[in-house]
Design a binder for this molecule. Structure first.
Ligand code: COA
Length: 345
């Protein structure tokens, strides 16, 4: 009988053959979760694995069956001033290896990291495409913290007349629109640190998350990571002319490895500037730029909390449609340890 072995997987020292095995594993899980998407290329995978910013700590383990990887566990935590109670994890097992205790064994290693790092709350996500994820979470005693949707816009169906109207209607006498392509400008960095805090006003539902307090250093580390991944970021912002305050922004990410799909990231407008069409202006202007400067893009994908009515309203008016559902779960470390004691692998 083949011996299965759990071993750490370190992208800084992995061999070409190990990366190839990891890539085959990732593509098999991806085909189950995102059946319409193309597989991840080896170079894209390696760049992704090696681009973790220094403030993010990530530990990985894989289960080897001879030369094949059949399961993987990841523990991630941030060395930041905020959210020191949190540890994120991700476990995946190939379908033919499920229900044999591999997730439980990987969870043991993840719980060890949480104990060492004194992280009391564990978070993860499950995808509706694989219902076993939810069953595992319920078995652990995890609670759903937030229900989410991936929404997708088919650019061929985009109503250009709507884009024109939303931009025409914008309060241009009081506000101006601007664009940062790639890294943020040094002279604006402190203002951008403050601007990004607007995302702390997005709904968190039951998730026990503290406000994120970005630093200049973290933002630069994220940019270095994007460069390593060959991902290009565009940020559009609105500024109030009178005060020179930044009122809101929207960001998108594009990579030549996946040229047909563009990812819509944050969009936020500070509460005092809401209800004046700035969110619609930002989104419409960005979509127009995408149509003009990235003709290869066929679809825009974004994640939204089900509870985020204002963002969903804008997205659905633009023609985004629900593509899939997923859930963010949270569970106390104590509960995980209790489960592991009661049901040893
Ligand atoms: C969820 C997943 C990791 C489980 O892997 P696995 O190796 O089959 O899980 P295990 O065999 O270690 O089972 C752990 C416990 O969950 C239960 N469980 C797992 N899958 C289940 C299912 N489909 N239905 C009911 N219970 C299930 C097991 O019975 C076991 O309980 P026990 O301790 O009482 O015996 C796997 O289905 C998967 O890869 N899903 C896709 C990724 C995902 O959603 N991950 C979860 C977020 S981290």
């Amino acid at each position: 009988m083949t011996q299965l072995q759990i071993k750490p997987f370190d992208p800084q020292t992995a061999s070409q053959a190990e990366f190839e095995a990891y890539n085959a594993f990732v593509n098999q899980i991806q085909a189950e979760m995102w059946p319409e998407d193309p597989p991840t290329e080896l170079e894209e995978l390696i760049r992704g694995l090696r681009s973790t910013p220094p403030f993010v700590v990530r530990r990985r383990w894989v289960v080897w069956c001879d030369k094949k990887i059949v399961a993987r566990g990841v523990a991630t935590f941030w060395r930041t001033e905020d959210n020191q109670h949190l540890l994120n994890f991700d476990i995946a097992v190939l379908p033919e290896w499920r229900r044999q205790g591999w997730a439980k064994r990987l969870l043991r290693l993840i719980a060890d990291v949480a104990q060492q790092e004194k992280r009391r709350l564990l978070m993860t996500g499950t995808d509706s495409a694989i219902p076993a994820g939810e069953a595992f979470m319920r078995r652990l005693g995890a609670q759903p913290g937030q229900a989410n949707l991936t929404n997708q816009l088919n650019l061929a169906e985009l109503d250009r007349e709507l884009l024109r109207r939303w931009q025409e209607r914008a309060p241009k006498d009081e506000f101006e629109l601007g664009l940062w392509e790639g890294p943020y400008p040094e002279e604006e960095l402190d203002a951008i640190v403050r601007l990004r805090e607007v995302m702390n006003t997005a709904p968190r539902d039951n998730l026990e998350i503290e406000d994120f307090k970005w630093t200049r250093e973290q933002l630069r580390q994220i940019e270095a990571s994007l460069a390593e991944q060959k991902t290009e970021r565009w940020t559009m912002y609105v500024r109030e002319k009178k005060t020179r305050n930044l009122a809101g922004y929207t960001e998108v990410f594009w990579s030549a490895f996946e040229p047909e799909t563009l990812y819509q990231g944050d969009t936020g407008v500070f509460p005092e500037y809401r209800g004046r069409g700035l969110g619609k202006w930002l989104k419409a202007a960005m979509l127009e730029k995408i149509l003009r400067d990235r003709p290869q893009v066929k679809r825009v994908r974004t994640g939204n909390a089900n509870s985020n009515a204002p963002m969903l309203k804008i997205n659905y008016e633009l023609g985004f449609r629900p593509y899939k559902r997923w859930t963010t779960w949270q569970v106390e470390l104590e509960k995980v340890l209790e489960y592991l004691r009661s049901s040893p692998a």
